[in-house]
Design a protein around this ligand. Structure first.
Ligand code: NDP
Length: 386
């Protein structure tokens, strides 16, 4: 039986890895919808190759070019925010949520409300609206399968066990490109240096998040929502080789770990084939060649983002929405050369200090808080020396 699949964020790093797996066994999949923000050319090419039924570009100005690029292909073209939501709701069996940032929240919610199996890469959606998303999945019968390699590892190590048997979760972190750098050295780091991750090839935003270690902070919040464990039972362990993707320690003292080469096609394939398994072309682990695996405690002095994320975790406030929005704005400003590397976490801390709205009860309230936090972040960044 063919599986009907849609990819939200098809032109990105995770979207590209997902397409790679699907295009290796074209007979097994029917592509329902592919989406992008602005990259018409890449979206249209992927839609033609996969014979997708629908291609959606977020930027409405891109619609004429998308129509032209798809002329004669039989693929429908659409544009705009509501078309992205419709694409997420289209009748797929499996939806890859790989839009970056809070921009992916409304499409993800639409897929969950439709009762679809959602492979979730878009961690910012879960950070900003974790309770609303898990609530929507429960109400509709949708399944959320974690794509993030750490959460996918934990999902595999849990293998359906009750969380009552779990003592703690251990999220591993590579430490990013600045793992051994001092604060003074980090202050001078450029966007090019920040996106040069030692182990993983990823989109620009998550690469900068890895460099500040905000990525691990977001993952802490992600794990809290996905696995429903109290914050104090989720630990972070720096493991520079990125071979162990995370671990589950059980109450009896047994610890299970999931290992693999750092290739996103492995966790994506796990969610694509779940509950079965599928072959991937990912490099096999050669532990004899790797030789040794090392571990370090995380350093919250040099990487304050870890401390900020832990501080907002579990609070019945909108602080995670504020943290995420401020971080998105600050990362974009850093990539554009408007603020320095250390200003990213400093901006997030300032915005968290200036806003304390009540916990959002709906996606609309999340988006209102997100908008306000972005404005406060813009103001806060004016205080940063560039
Ligand atoms: P990329 O930046 O490579 O791709 C982002 C995708 O989202 C692109 O298709 C982009 O379209 C689209 N997009 C961006 N903004 C919008 C918007 N406002 N509306 C609609 N679509 C939009 O990101 P990644 O693939 O690296 O990451 C995607 C998500 O997966 C992130 O949440 C990230 O944290 C998470 N993740 C990524 C991993 C990785 O290895 N890359 C690993 C684990 C999680 P366009 O190309 O047109 O701009």
């Amino acid at each position: 039986m063919t599986k009907r699949v849609s990819i939200l964020g098809a032109t990105g790093s995770v979207g590209g890895s997902t397409l790679d797996l699907i295009e290796r066994s074209p007979g097994d999949y029917e592509v329902v919808a592919l989406t992008a923000a602005t990259n018409v050319e890449k979206l249209a090419a992927a839609a033609r190759r996969t014979r997708a039924r629908l291609a959606v570009i977020g930027d409405e100005a891109g619609l004429p070019a998308l129509r032209d690029a798809l002329a004669g292909s039989g693929c429908e073209a659409a544009a705009g925010k509501s078309a992205l939501v419709e694409a997420a709701r289209a009748d797929a069996d499996w939806v890859m949520a790989a839009i970056v940032g809070c921009a992916g929240l409304e499409p993800v919610m639409a897929a969950l409300e439709a009762g679809t199996t959602v492979a979730l890469a878009n961690k910012e959606a879960l950070v900003t609206a974790g309770a609303l998303m898990t609530g929507a999945a429960k109400a509709s019968g949708a399944t959320i399968l974690p794509v993030d390699s750490e959460h996918n590892a934990i999902f595999q190590c849990l293998a359906g066990s009750s969380v009552d048997h779990v003592a703690r979760l251990v999220l591993t972190a590579s430490g990013g490109p600045f793992r051994t750098k001092s604060r003074d050295e980090m202050a001078a780091m450029t966007p090019a240096q920040a996106v040069a991750h030692p182990n993983w090839s990823m989109g620009a935003k998550i690469s900068v998040d890895s460099a500040t270690m905000m990525n691990k902070g977001l993952e802490l919040i992600e794990a809290y929502h996905l696995f429903a464990l109290p914050a104090e039972r989720i630990d972070i362990l720096v493991h520079p080789q990125s071979v162990i993707h995370s671990m589950v320690e059980y109450v009896d003292g047994s610890t299970l770990a999931q290992l693999g080469s750092p290739d996103m096609r492995i966790p994506i394939a796990h969610t694509l084939a779940w509950p079965e398994r599928m072959a991937t072309p990912a490099e096999r682990l050669d532990l004899a060649r790797i030789g040794s695996l090392t571990f370090e405690a995380p350093d919250t002095q040099r990487f304050p983002a870890l401390r900020l994320a832990r501080a907002v975790l579990g609070e019945a406030t909108s602080a995670p929405v504020v943290l995420n929005a401020a971080n998105e704005v600050a990362v974009a400003a850093f990539l554009a050369g408007r603020i320095g590397f250390l200003d990213i976490a400093a901006t997030v801390e300032r915005v968290l200090g200036r806003m304390a709205p009540a916990a959002p009860r709906s996606v609309d309230e999340v988006l209102d808080i997100d908008r306000e936090a972005r404005q406060v972040a813009d103001l806060a960044m004016k205080d940063c020396a560039t």
